[in-house]
Each structure stands twice: as C-alpha cells, then as structure tokens.
Design a protein around this ligand. Structure first.
Ligand code: PGA
Length: 250
C-alpha cells in the first residue's frame, strides 16, 4: 500500500487526478472503474479541465462504475447514472457507449450482475479503479459482513449507509434499500486502485481499515492485500492514522 498525504480536499483531488491522467496517456484504451459520492467530484473536475485543455483524451477509454441503486431508473437525478453524466461523462470526450453502470431497473438482478462481470472480463479487467470509503468501511456498496463478496451482486444497504446517503433525497425513506454493486473480486482484480478520502469523519475508519486486521467486518481492509493500492487522503482524514503511527504511516 502506498500512502500520499495531501493538505486538503483540493490537493487530494489534484494528486489523484494525476494518476488517472497518466493512466489514460499511457494506455488510451484503459478500462476505468469509477465511483460516485461527494469525494471524487474534485478529481472529476480536474479530469474535465485536463480534457478541455487537450492534455488528455478519453476517446478510446471505457468505464464501468462501482454501483447503482436497485429499483431506480437512470433518468432519476439521484441515480448514479445521472451523477456520472452530470459530474464527468457529459463534459469529456468519452463515447457514451463506452460507459456502463449496473442497470438498476434490471428485471433479473442476478442476470444483470453476471452480465456486468462478463462485460468487465471481456474488456480485459479494470486497469485503474477509483474508490471512496463509507463510514462503515464499505467500498462500492460492499457493507460489513461475515465474508467478503465475490462478483457483482445485489445487496441490502445498512442503516448507516442509508443515513449517509439521505442527503441526496428528500428524506431517508426515499433512499432505495437495495443496490447492485461490484463485488470484491472485480475490485481486487483491478490492476491499480486509487482511493480518495477527505475529512475528519473518515479518520477512524481509515485507521480501522489500514492499521487493523483484514476482516470482512471492515470491507476496505482487504485493500491491504492489493499489490498496487494507493491511498490519497487529506490531513484530516489521516489524523487518527498519523496519531497512532501505524505500520503504513512510518
Ligand atoms: P462520500 O461516499 O464520498 O460521499 O463520502 C463515499 C462512499 O460511501 O463510498
């Protein structure tokens, strides 16, 4: 695991964006694994800027996304499909046909999950995966559990995740209870993984994830085993890790 400490959210976004820019320069046909949530927005803005300046092109790139709410059509503003178009795809030169998210309206969620994994495999696997982290250590919507998930699957969201995501809805009642999420297998098989984390509210879960044991009760802890994992986090997010001077901060 590599750790890059940024002073704040903006610096975290600039540093993380450089990894994605370098990846698309070195391999224009890369398959990117993208993420939603508040944290990647600054990184996406930076990629949009670099694309507009002509420094990078996504013309030949493909993307998949970590997850989508189940039971939510993509035209709803809270869908992750809408999020990705609003925050990235509509502002870069990517071919929309090269972007794929799980279909939240699939009649047969298991078939959709299997097709999603096949799509990733057919494209040769994810070259660079972007991750955020939930307060309970989830990555994608892989919530704390007794075992690590394998392929893309349909999950029930925890109360903590529903509470964290209610800010995008009128009330917690409107937050979908289920989601389709890439499982640990496709995430861990990504050739490179970049995680972005900002803010004091994530400091304890970062410590639990990267200074504690690898356990499915803290899903992100599995990243300790990935051969090319980089954590880009700001000072606030790293405050507990730094204070306790764990193995990865030395
Ligand atoms: P956030 O979400 O970036 O909005 O904090 C991260 C996540 O839940 O994975």
């Amino acid at each position: 695991m590599k750790l890059i400490a940024a002073k704040d959210y903006d610096e975290m976004s600039l540093i993380a964006a450089r990894f994605f820019a370098a990846q698309v320069l070195l391999k224009p046909t890369s398959l990117f694994g993208f993420a939603t949530g508040s944290t990647p927005i600054g990184l996406y803005k930076e990629l949009i800027r670099k694309n507009a300046d002509g420094k990078i092109t996504f013309k030949y790139a493909h993307t998949v996304n970590l997850d989508e709410y189940y039971g939510m059509s993509r035209d709803k503003k809270q869908s992750y499909y809408s999020f990705m178009h609003e925050n990235l795809f509509d502002h870069i030169d990517i071919n929309p046909e090269n972007t794929r998210l799980p279909d939240g309206m699939a009649e047969d969620p298991d078939a959709e999950c299997a097709a999603y994994d096949k799509h990733i495999a057919d494209l040769g696997g994810v070259d660079m995966q972007l991750l955020g982290i939930g307060h309970d250590g989830h990555i994608g919507f892989n919530e704390p559990a007794d075992h690590f998930s394998t392929g893309t699957n349909c999950v029930t969201l925890t109360a903590m995740t529903i509470d964290a995501n209610k800010r995008f809805f009128n009330s917690a009642d409107e937050v979908p209870r289920k989601a389709l999420t890439m499982g640990m297998r496709e995430i861990m098989q990504a050739k490179k993984i970049i995680m972005v984390v900002s803010g004091k509210d994530k400091a304890q879960i970062l410590y639990d994830s990267f200074c504690g044991p690898v356990t499915p009760q803290v899903p992100a802890s599995i990243l300790q085993l990935h051969p090319d994992f980089t954590l880009v986090a700001d000072e606030d997010a790293l405050s507990v890790m730094k204070a306790h001077c764990c193995k990865c901060c030395k």
